[in-house]
Design a protein around this ligand. Structure first.
Ligand SMILES: [Zn+2]
Ligand SMILES: [Zn+2]
Length: 410
């Protein structure tokens, strides 16, 4: 592509070289994610990584710029992420566009996509995923642009990556863990679904894409604010966000204490404990998401033997009798863990110790917050991917590298 293609962008204050080098992780490829991705691809952002486990449904057509043709639907099995990435590759104006797609839940990819991005964009309608993304972005020092909409109303914020600044969870602190509220959260999220409309998605997508472009140019937000808009009244107002002293989120970027090669292990959580203890001594591992041992079926409320991370459980949180993938348990109580004492909680014959590491969310690219004798920081897992299979998955990626969309532009 010739430089002339970017002449208007340059007049508008964009630096095509900066945008071409920019890398943006977009979590959520629904109406909002598509409108953001479209603007960023047209604006010349070089690398976009789309993450979404969902598939297109007919009613998405009225607010999906990249709604698939029949052929495209077939080719991508209806999955949103590869469809959107492919269409972005077709309209990209960067000289070397790199469009990627992962058809899975963001939690299942570990932290690598976040660590690799310059800016993280939350375009999901799940409070769980937003809170998770906010936390992981801050740990890795990545700014996050987050927004949501319902009908004609929308709101968005840009969260600085700087230590001490407000985070998404400051104003959504209730969602620390699913240990007591998975069913509540599911019900609340279901009730929050107000039909999205394309005009709001386009306007909000434009605001969020422009925030992202500013961040790529090094313009960090000076204030912590949230913008509220209404496309029918054509209004936007802003409210200052205050740091919540009781926020459950991490407000600091954390140093990497150590990297652990996953190839060193036979693959159980006990190996993880041994490797961590050998490198950084005793302490507490905070899992990237809660690990459910037993949890109640959202169909019949009986307890299931889960032994999986929350995102794996949430793919289909029903027992086998209710049509889900999880076996029933004779447990009398729900049981989950969010922290593991190393090595104490991961030795001997406890179910956790013998659980495959991947089941704990410990795949290549994952990282854990660790607090112990070596201080507070991250433990990053590197190298070979660990095979992970979770019940309820249907060919969507569990982890592993994103699908790279070839550049087929003329
Ligand atoms: Zn916070
Ligand atoms: Zn059930």
């Amino acid at each position: 592509m010739s430089d002339g293609i970017q002449s208007r962008s340059i007049l508008a204050g964009y630096d095509p070289a900066v945008l071409g080098e920019g890398s943006v992780l977009i979590v959520g490829a629904g109406a909002l994610g598509q409108n953001i991705a479209q603007s960023l691809a047209l604006s010349g952002v070089g690398t976009l990584h789309l993450v979404d486990f969902d598939v297109f449904e007919a009613h998405n057509a009225t607010r999906s710029p990249f709604f698939p043709t029949a052929d495209e639907f077939e080719r991508h099995s209806g999955l949103k992420a590869p469809q959107v990435a492919e269409r972005c590759a077709a309209i990209a104006t960067a000289s070397r566009p790199d469009m990627r797609a992962s058809a899975t839940m963001i939690q299942r990819l570990g932290d690598r996509p976040i660590a690799a991005a310059d800016v993280v964009i939350s375009a999901v309608d799940s409070v769980t995923a937003r809170a998770w993304l906010s936390e992981r972005s801050r740990l890795h020092g990545k700014p996050m642009v987050e927004g949501g909409f319902a009908g004609s109303l929308f709101n968005f914020s840009t969260f600085s990556a700087a230590s001490g600044r407000v985070c998404y969870r400051c104003h959504n602190p209730f969602r620390e863990s699913a240990a007591s509220c998975t069913r509540y959260a599911l019900a609340a999220e279901a009730e929050n679904i107000v039909p999205a409309i394309q005009t709001a998605a386009a306007v909000l997508g434009g605001y969020m894409a422009e925030q992202c472009i500013g961040l790529l140019h090094g313009k960090l937000p000076s204030d912590d604010v949230r913008y509220y808009g209404d496309i029918r009244r054509a209004t936007v107002s802003k409210a200052r966000l205050q740091v919540n002293p009781h926020c459950p989120g991490h407000h600091d970027n954390l140093p990497v204490l150590t990297q652990v090669d996953v190839r060193d292990w036979a693959g159980s959580a006990a190996d993880l404990a041994t490797a961590v203890a050998n490198r950084v001594g005793r302490g507490v591992i905070r899992l990237a998401e809660p690990f459910h041992i037993t949890y109640s079926c959202t169909g019949c409320s009986r307890f299931c033997a889960v032994m999986a991370t929350e995102s794996a459980w949430l793919v289909d949180s029903r027992c086998v009798d209710c049509g889900g993938p999880w076996q029933l348990s004779d447990a009398k109580m729900p049981s989950s863990v969010a922290e593991l004492r190393v090595p104490d909680d991961l030795v001997g014959e406890s179910p956790l110790a013998v659980a495959p590491m991947a089941v704990l969310g410990a795949t290549e690219g994952a990282s854990f917050v660790f607090e112990g004798t070596a201080g507070l920081g991250l433990i990053v897992l590197t190298d070979q991917p660990v095979e992970a299979t979770a019940p309820g998955e249907d060919g969507r990626q569990c982890s592993g590298p994103p699908q790279v969309i070839p550049d087929r532009r003329p």
